[in-house]
Design a protein around this ligand. Sequence first.
Ligand code: CDP
Ligand code: CDP
Length: 212
Amino acid sequence: MAFTVAIDGPAASGKGTISKRVAAHFGLGHLDTGLLYRAVGRRMLDGEEPVSAARALVPGDLEVEGLRTAAVGEAASRVGALPEVRAALLDFQRAFARRSGGAVLDGRDIGTVICPEAEAKLFVTASAEVRAERRFRELVAAGADTRFEAVLEDIRARDERDMGRSDAPLRPADDAVTIDTSRLDVEAAVAAAIAAVDAARDVRSAGGSSRG
Ligand code: CDP
Ligand code: CDP
């Protein structure tokens, strides 16, 4: 039976890094659902109507270059507030979650809306300052000319929009395990995530055997 791991959290919390490592550890497929919204956001910046763009999206659109920029992230969070865009992206995400080998999906609403039945749910978070510091370092390493305060402002604006929207707002599912990475390095955060998924697998197999 497919095993689904749902990983949600705010921008730069480390959920993408953790998701890749958890998927590799357990031999599961991985979908970064932020790329779907980024692909639609980018098409909107190119002048397309976002709902039509979301309906016309094909898997190859997730592989185009330039989806990781701050401008596309901001556009993604604007199109992510549109219920018709979210509805258009639902089936692709659910089909990926049901893959026979099992899957890790990361985003904002995986545990609450896309896969409420996921066997393991994690909510990865960190303070806005720590997240802004991580993003700032990435941008500087990539040669961008930016200020820490501007990055922090961007993180806060995106948090507000993602948590404040009425359709699928960012929040932990009631049964999610929260991992605060503010004081954890990548290795410690990955270890905590793997332990949480292992615990969920143990609960599931115990439940399965007691049912016969
Ligand atoms: O996917 P999300 O935007 O949540 O974050 P990410 O791209 O996985 O991580 C943002 C940055 O934080 C990366 O440069 C990571 O190496 C770094 N980082 C982390 O992911 N986890 C930690 N515990 C510490 C740092
Ligand atoms: O990597 P980072 O956390 O900065 O962003 P992302 O995961 O690529 O997501 C970009 C934007 O897409 C988010 O700010 C959300 O508004 C939106 N998104 C969403 O609404 N639902 C998801 N499942 C994933 C992303």
